[in-house]
Design a protein around this ligand. Structure first.
Ligand code: MG
Length: 284
């Protein structure tokens, strides 16, 4: 950061030999969260969704810009929001280099900039037929945490304070052939990766890593449904060519994060259909 908050704009200098990676996300009240949601969770989630996108690219996060639209200036709300945002930013070495506030219905927009060594970014389009498909963590927990009547603090935590796989994403550079983060649901996001690679995903539901908490809450059948289509897990779904599978365990040891092989990508048998089941923002 050559010049942070305080001038008309920030001045930033990416490290030599790196490429700039940019993403932006908006959280809208009534759409992405309910009125009265915990402001510390909102601060965390607003940054976590963007961290997750950079993780999917194998990028290291660097700089964030925040545009906040608020119905009123509530100091208690703002302090809690700043704590949620700030704690996660600090954990990942992210500097807030710009901000803007306006009055209006609650709306939180975060732009996140990161860097990746030249030519090393992970993309959705790099998978080849026969590559194995993996997922980090235990998808479905966040969706279960949102369901009414669920009392598991662990599942609620997974929904309100998702952990973006920033370290794992960087560790997958040179190992994964393609990568996407799971925001809309595992089935839908894996479908997008496969489509971008011109392939078809073959997912084996029996291999899905389901957490004990999810199984206890939802039962085996509903747990699989939530893992496939629940969304907002912010796990990484990625493909690894057969020749690199031996290197995967060393790059991503279990203590860094759990990874599970859940299927393969194969040559498409028919016309590609991008409309896999999942969260479609424009479906009523
Ligand atoms: Mg994404």
């Amino acid at each position: 950061v050559l010049l942070g908050i305080g001038d008309d704009a920030a001045l930033l200098r990416p490290a030599p030999g790196t490429e700039l990676v940019a993403t932006v996300d908006t959280l809208v009240e009534g759409r992405h969260f309910l009125a009265g949601a915990d402001p510390r969770s909102l601060g965390h989630r607003a940054l976590a969704v963007s961290l997750s996108d950079l993780a999917a690219m194998g990028a290291a996060p660097c700089w964030a810009l925040l545009a906040l639209t608020l119905p009123e200036a509530d100091a208690t709300w703002l302090a809690a929001f700043a704590r949620g945002f700030g704690e996660l930013a600090q954990r990942h070495g992210v500097a807030l280099v710009g901000g803007n506030t306006a009055r209006g219905p609650l709306n939180i927009a975060v732009q996140l900039l990161g860097s990746v060594p030249q030519g090393a970014a992970l993309r959705r389009s790099g998978a080849r037929a026969g590559d194995a498909v993996y997922v980090t963590g235990t998808p479905g927990d966040a969706a279960a945490g949102r369901e009414p009547g669920q009392r598991s603090a662990a599942l609620r935590e997974r929904c309100e304070f998702p952990v973006p796989r920033v370290t794992a994403g960087q560790a997958l550079r040179g190992i994964a052939s393609a990568c996407i983060d799971v925001s809309d649901g595992l089935a839908a996001d894996l479908g997008k990766l496969a489509t971008a690679s011109g392939l078809e995903a073959r997912l084996q539901p029996l291999l899905l890593p389901l957490s004990e908490d999810l199984l206890a809450f939802a039962g085996p059948q509903r747990a699989v449904e939530l893992a496939l289509s629940g969304g907002e897990d912010y796990e990484l779904c990625f493909t690894v060519p057969p020749a690199r599978q031996a290197g995967l365990a060393a790059a991503l040891p279990p203590e860094l994060c759990r990874i599970t092989r859940i299927g393969t990508v194969e040559t498409a048998s028919g016309p590609l259909d991008a409309a896999a089941e999942g969260f479609d923002h424009f479906r009523s």
